[in-house]
Design a protein around this ligand. Structure first.
Ligand code: GDP
Length: 455
């Protein structure tokens, strides 16, 4: 399969100023030459330089478009094969015609992600880097794109490679002492434990980073809560109106709560309006409120709204107390009206609770509100920390962690080298699966099925 030459449109479907068709494989250049004619005074195609020419329909024997061709000879290319890129006007009919003529000349239409699969199979990138390419294309925030770029540069892969080296070093010594017991263990038990502990630390850090990764890819969930009529829906609409609402195919709209994705600064939030928090005896509404309360308990953060134009009520106070263990921003709303609430008294209830005076109706302090949301809820990315973005990576790392911990327990309990070596040995194939050194078809299919054609 890898011997053939593939072709596909690499730019998004639709009309655009420019469009690119890409070929990869042994016959890329010879096929391209059938569809592309150099301008009359030119005869040479220099490597890695775009050269102007015309697209040629060999069936009709006529030129049909001006285009640039760039030839990237192997091995320093995206796929490590010969690659040709033809760029012309971004008209779907022209681009599709180039692909059709390419196929007539011996190329095969590429499957989704096939250019990247070739980069992986030809050893240019590992599976973590392949995943990072797709993540960059689909990044929902700039921070996520930056993390994926670091992974593409090999940050995460190197971490796994170092981990693998540590484990292999350890295993080598333990196995040698099993095979040549008379030589004894050439590494102190203390050193073994230390290496295992440091590996446990690395793996734990990565597993924990998944929560941040999830926030970066899926966004933080923020629930707006408070008594009836304090202005929850008004604030919800204000934020939706002033920030880019991200259109979701399945908005979670029910009669009890509303859910929308929005982007504040560079971060994505799922904003939940708990419009339905009120005492009711209606069974359907009760069910909705139950679900709403579950959403609050699962939310990453709470915007607790109080109506500052009214005296504080028992309900307000009990809500503040109830949310003690959640990351909460207290918002004194309706400050455009005369204030009747004892704001200072409320603030004293919990001095660590950040608060802000706003008017959802007039949009007062909206910028400060966005800033406070960013500061309070968005985790700061530590420099040089690797962050994993995918569940399959987390699951493998959890498997690795359990073998490491089990190995350490066996050592602590005084088991022989044979016993704990067995446990540590199980980690090597798992590390291989993580970087794709060991092919796990299920993982590879999952990753590449998410790619688009032409990538
Ligand atoms: P919810 O029940 O908490 O969702 O409250 P709503 O958003 O439906 O608001 C209840 C009433 O308060 C509406 O009439 C709003 O126009 C009004 N309201 C909301 N925010 C403000 C505000 O900042 N100032 C004033 N003056 N009225 C507000």
């Amino acid at each position: 399969m890898i011997n053939d030459t593939i072709i596909a449109i690499s730019t998004p479907l639709g009309y655009g100023g420019l469009g690119v068709v890409r070929l990869s494989g042994e016959k890329s250049l010879s096929i391209a030459k059938k569809i592309f004619h150099l301008k009359k005074n030119k005869t040479l195609i220099p490597p890695c330089h775009p050269i102007l020419g015309n697209l040629y329909n060999f069936e009709k024997k006529e030129l049909f478009e001006e285009a640039y061709l760039t030839f990237f000879p192997k091995p320093h290319t995206y796929t490590r094969e010969d690659v040709v890129e033809i760029s012309c006007h971004g008209s779907p009919v022209i681009l599709e015609e180039v692909v059709r003529l390419g196929i007539k000349s011996g190329a095969r239409h590429a499957n989704p992600g096939e250019f990247t699969i070739r980069a992986y199979l030809n050893g240019r990138i590992d599976i973590l880097q392949a995943e990072a390419i797709n993540d960059i294309i689909n990044a929902s925030s700039l921070s996520q794109a930056e993390i994926s770029f670091k992974q593409l540069e090999g940050g995460l892969s190197n971490k796994i490679i170092v981990l693998r080296e540590q484990i292999i070093f350890l295993l080598g010594h333990i196995e040698a002492s099993i095979e040549f017991p008379e030589d004894g263990l050439r590494i102190s038990p203390k050193q073994i434990t230390k290496t295992i502990e440091s590996s446990i630390g690395t793996v734990k850090d990565l597993i924990e980073s998944y929560d941040i990764g999830k926030i970066l890819t899926e966004g933080l969930s923020l629930a707006i809560t408070g008594k009836v009529n304090v202005g929850k829906s008004t604030l919800f609409n204000l934020l939706l109106k002033t920030e880019r609402a991200i259109v979701t195919p399945h908005p979670g709209t029910t009669r009890d709560y509303l859910k929308e994705k929005i982007k504040i600064n560079d971060s994505i939030f799922t904003l939940i309006d708990m419009a339905g928090i009120k005492n009711t005896s209606h069974p359907v509404e009760k069910e909705g409120i139950k679900r709403g309360k579950k959403l609050i308990s699962e939310a990453n953060g709470i915007l607790l709204l109080l109506d500052a134009s009214q005296k504080e009520s028992r309900e307000d106070i009990s809500l503040i107390k109830k949310l003690k263990n959640k990351k909460t921003l207290l918002l004194f709303n309706k400050t455009d009206l005369p204030i009747n609430m004892n704001i200072e008294k409320i603030k004293k209830m919990d001095k660590s609770l950040p608060s802000l005076k706003i008017s959802a109706l007039k949009g007062t302090n909206l910028d400060k509100l966005k800033e406070a949301i960013q500061d309070l809820f968005v985790p700061t990315l530590k420099q040089n920390k690797e962050i994993i973005l995918h569940l399959w990576q987390k699951l493998i790392l959890e498997d690795i962690l359990s073998h490491l911990s089990q190995g350490k327990n066996l050592i602590d309990e005084g088991y022989s080298e044979e016993v704990y070596a067995e446990e540590i040995r199980k980690i090597i194939p798992l590390l291989g699966q993580l970087t794709g050194k060991i092919h796990n078809n299920e993982i590879i299919e999952t990753i590449f099925s998410r790619f688009c054609v032409g990538k």
